[in-house]
Structure formats: C-alpha cells, structure tokens
Design a protein around this ligand. Sequence first.
Ligand SMILES: [Fe+2]
Ligand SMILES: [Fe+2]
Length: 186
Amino acid sequence: MNTFKADIEEIRRRARDKMEDGAVTKSYQADRGKVIEVLNEVLATEIVCTLRYKNHYYMAKGIHAESVAAEFLEHAREEELHADAIAKRITELNGRPNFDPEGLGTRSHAEYKDVDTLNEMIREDLVAERIAISTYSEIVRWLANEDPTTRRLIEEILAKEEEHADDLAKLLARIGVPHAPTHTDS
Ligand SMILES: [Fe+2]
Ligand SMILES: [Fe+2]
C-alpha cells in the first residue's frame, strides 16, 4: 500500500515537473518523434483530400452535378475537420504540424490528380479514400496500446473515411457503371 502511495506521489511529482510538456507524460509509451512524423503524413493526406474535394466541388458539371457536388463539399469540410484534429493532436505531443505546401503531395498518402468528368472525379476520390482507409488501419494497429488517445482519434477518422468510401460507391452506382475514361467522356 505504502509503495503504491509513494508511486502515486512520484507520478504526481513527475506530472507537475513535466507539465510544460502538456499531454506527454512519462507513461507515454510510443516513440513520440515517430508518431508525430506519421501524424504529419496523415495531416498532409487530409489537406490533399480537402483540396481534391474542393476542386471537384467547383469543377462538377453535368446532369448529376448538383447532388454530387453537394457530397463533394460535405466531404471537403469533413476532411478539413480531420486535418484540424490531427494538427491539434500533433501540438499536444509537442510536435509541429507541417502545413508547408512544399512537399505536401509527397507527404500525403493519397494523390491529387486532375480529372475532367464527374465519373472520374468520384473514382479518384474513391481510390483516395481506400488508400486512407488502408494506411489509417495500419496506423491503428501500429499504435495499439502505446498511444490510445492518438489511436482513438485515428479510429474516429477511419470510420468517417469508410463512410466517405461508401457514399462514393453509392454515387458511382447511381450515376452509372464505372468505366474506363475515353476521349468521348464529357
Ligand atoms: Fe479525412
Ligand atoms: Fe474521406
């Protein structure tokens, strides 16, 4: 019992000592530098996804454009919320969120590609969502119990990306069977 009490005191003392380190305590198990690095890649992914959805929102045209564009805009806003949550977590870990446009595309897991048709836009977005789903799932497994707070955040974002992928698959089914783009697409 006494040992336990002493331990609690010791933990409290260390917590007070390290208060300037914010949420990072001695019981933090993960490799903080590595976690921040990985989170900066997630941040880049979310920024690239925001930009891609915004581009698609403004470029959407055609018979199905209105409802599809509304979906693009909603996704753009949600990706931006993800970027904000990740940036906040990076600062809680005493890291620097990297918003540098230089190298953004390289840091991102998902691609930014310019396409013309609504069909291609939805398919590009679906590919990007699937990439995010697979890399975020890997991050969740990697974090395991080493940093439960970051893991929970990634899990929440992952659930949203799965919803996005589902929305896009439904849109594709609604506007037509996916097909290889040809020069006759418009
Ligand atoms: Fe996202
Ligand atoms: Fe998404």
